[in-house]
Design a protein around this ligand. Structure first.
Ligand code: ATR
Length: 290
């Protein structure tokens, strides 16, 4: 009962997730269940796309109202928008595109960083037992591994919350470029192995290192993890990556990639439908399917 075929009609709003590959995506199940639960007349499809530009030119009717963007199309997606949210512009990637009803213009947003940063803040607050208004990331040393779309999102998000940002990437040039944009420090992955300026650092992996099927890989050795108080991994298949397992064994708080996905799903649902997200249901569907 994933697709509500009986409900599809001339007024049905079409959504989808644009990526390549796309078979692993949990988004169709998530949004179709959520649309159904609130009685929203919409469907959400997995869209295996080679060229974003050609896809959007083909499916240009007003019924095609909203898309999520995933690897490798977050940057191409941005180039195909009519208008871009300032944070998505700064990041250089979108995660979400909405067709504005009034004039059909395609609006680009990046809600990845909202989801990831909210999940990290929640983890820090839970561990401190604090409910302070200010961000618990403020003043912290925040290390982001990776400088692709997700890496940019996390680095900008951390900067926005007042953290001191470090970007580590396999290709140093890309780390340098991103670090300079967020006023942070850049290093290679090898340098990160020996980077121990202080205790209580926060780590976010945004690379695909450790993603299924390469579950024995990890972007940072267990030895180097001991200085981190919280470790987040954007990967959500598997839920417990080697990085997270070793961080937990080293005594750090761990934040699963699924939390980023859940938090940004709330935001996207609200942008797609204009209705409040059924948070319990979204969380439940995701937990059941991971
Ligand atoms: P996303 O939009 O999810 O961030 P991306 O833009 O393709 O995806 O970025 C992938 C990131 O993972 C990059 O930082 C990439 O490093 P490079 O800039 O050196 O390519 C990193 N990455 C991917 N595979 C990697 C690997 N095997 N080892 C280290 N880093 C890797």
């Amino acid at each position: 009962d994933l697709y509500n075929f009986r409900q599809i009609g001339p007024d049905t709003k079409v959504h989808g997730v644009i990526g390549k590959p796309i078979g692993h995506s949990k988004s169709p199940h998530l949004y179709n269940s959520a649309f159904k639960s609130v009685g929203f007349n919409g469907i959400y499809l997995p869209l295996l796309v080679d060229s974003v530009k050609n896809f959007l030119a083909t499916y240009s009717s007003p019924d095609f109202v909203g898309y999520s963007y995933t690897i490798p199309h977050k940057e191409d997606g941005l180039r195909c928008c009519d208008e871009i949210d300032p944070i998505a512009q700064a990041i250089g990637a979108i995660s979400c595109m909405i067709r504005r009803p009034a004039d059909g213009k395609l609006m680009g947003y990046n809600v990845d960083y909202l989801g990831a940063i909210a999940a990290i803040e929640e983890g820090l607050r839970a561990s401190n037992g604090t409910t302070s208004v200010g961000s618990p990331l403020a003043g912290k040393l925040f290390v982001v591994i990776g400088a692709g779309g997700a890496g940019k999102a996390l680095a900008y998000g951390g900067k926005e919350k007042g953290a001191r940002v470090v970007v580590a990437n396999r290709t140093f040039e890309k780390a340098k470029e991103l670090a300079s944009k967020v006023g942070g420090e850049a290093m290679t992955l090898a340098e990160l192995e020996n980077f121990h300026p202080e205790d209580g650092m926060i780590l976010a992996n945004t690379t695909s290192v450790g993603m299924k099927p390469n579950i024995d890989n990890t972007p940072l050795s267990k030895k180097a993890l001991s200085r981190y108080s919280l470790v987040f991994d954007a990967i959500y298949t598997p839920k417990l990556t080697r990085l997270l397992r070793e961080a937990q064994e080293s005594g750090a708080i761990i934040v699963y990639g699924t939390e980023m996905f859940i938090n940004q799903a709330f935001v996207q649902f609200e942008r797609f439908t204009g209705l409040p997200a059924p948070k319990e249901l979204i969380r439940e569907v995701l937990v059941r399917n991971t």
